[in-house]
Write a protein that binds this ligand. Structure first.
Ligand code: 6PG
Length: 243
């Protein structure tokens, strides 16, 4: 079931998701002693991460029990302008009291295949996952590109077909660049997936994804948790073609 909320604008999306994260973190820590969150990259989440680093949110979260991961990363050094880690560090990590050991960065500056292999090992080690089981995030945050991609699962790329590995290297021809990305098996094992998708540029894809007319399936559409919640946080601009 693909649920959606239509909020006024991107500020409202960031604020509502920040309030939700405070609640989900408290529930997860009370129930399991930890809140494991996969972060999205791009530009939309910066507002959310900045909110979480300030009051009233920063003191409402038990950061010692929060573990942060990334859904994908560009294959650039962590201080590069394109780095999702750098964006998160500037907006959140440099301001919130989260222990460095709880920040699980993709080593995107090394060979992409090795980075993917290492990150899958980090997931299995830090989730204490039973052999063969898939780590289950408490929450995965995702965005959607204008072309319908999510994480670094781009249309026509090899990673879309991955059914076993949890993290893979993925060459993206449109950027002539490598990425490291979580795959559908991992994303769809999550307890909750929230897409943050405000903005008019996403309206056409949103119309297709939520509509009934036949259309090519977009990578974002194939994120449907097997046994979890799926929520799209839209704003009036990105929902404008829904009628
Ligand atoms: C990335 C992101 C990517 C992002 C979309 C949407 O590394 O670029 O993980 O999947 O979520 O491109 O980005 P915006 O939300 O900023 O439009």
């Amino acid at each position: 079931m693909r649920n959606r909320s239509v909020l006024k604008d991107d500020d409202a999306v960031a604020r509502v998701e920040a309030e939700t994260i405070v609640r989900l973190a408290a529930e997860a820590v009370a129930a399991r002693g930890a809140f494991r969150l996969a972060l999205s990259g791009g530009s939309t989440p910066r507002k959310l991460y900045s909110l979480l680093a300030g009051e009233p949110f920063v003191s409402a979260i038990d950061w010692n029990s929060v573990h942060l991961y990334w859904g994908d990363e560009r294959c650039v050094p962590p201080d590069h302008g394109d780095s999702n880690f750098r964006m998160t560090r500037e907006a959140l990590l440099d301001r919130a009291p989260i222990p460095a050991a709880n920040v699980h960065r993709m080593e995107s500056e090394i060979d992409p295949a090795e980075a993917a292999r290492r990150y899958e090992a980090v997931l299995r080690e830090t989730f204490d996952t039973a052999p063969g089981a898939i780590p289950r995030f408490d929450l995965v945050l995702l965005g959607m590109g204008d072309d319908g991609h999510t994480a670094s699962l781009f249309p026509g790329t090899k990673a879309l077909d991955e059914r076993e590995r949890l993290v893979v290297e993925n060459f993206v021809p449109k950027f002539d660049a490598w990425r490291v990305t979580m795959t559908y098996p991992l994303l769809n094992a999550a307890a909750r997936v929230h897409f943050l998708a405000p903005g008019a540029s996403k309206a056409e894809r949103i119309r297709e994804i939520f509509g009934n007319a036949p259309h090519e399936t977009h990578p974002s559409e194939r994120v449907v948790p097997t046994d979890g919640e799926l929520l799209w946080l839209l704003d009036e601009a990105s929902a404008s073609a829904l009628g």
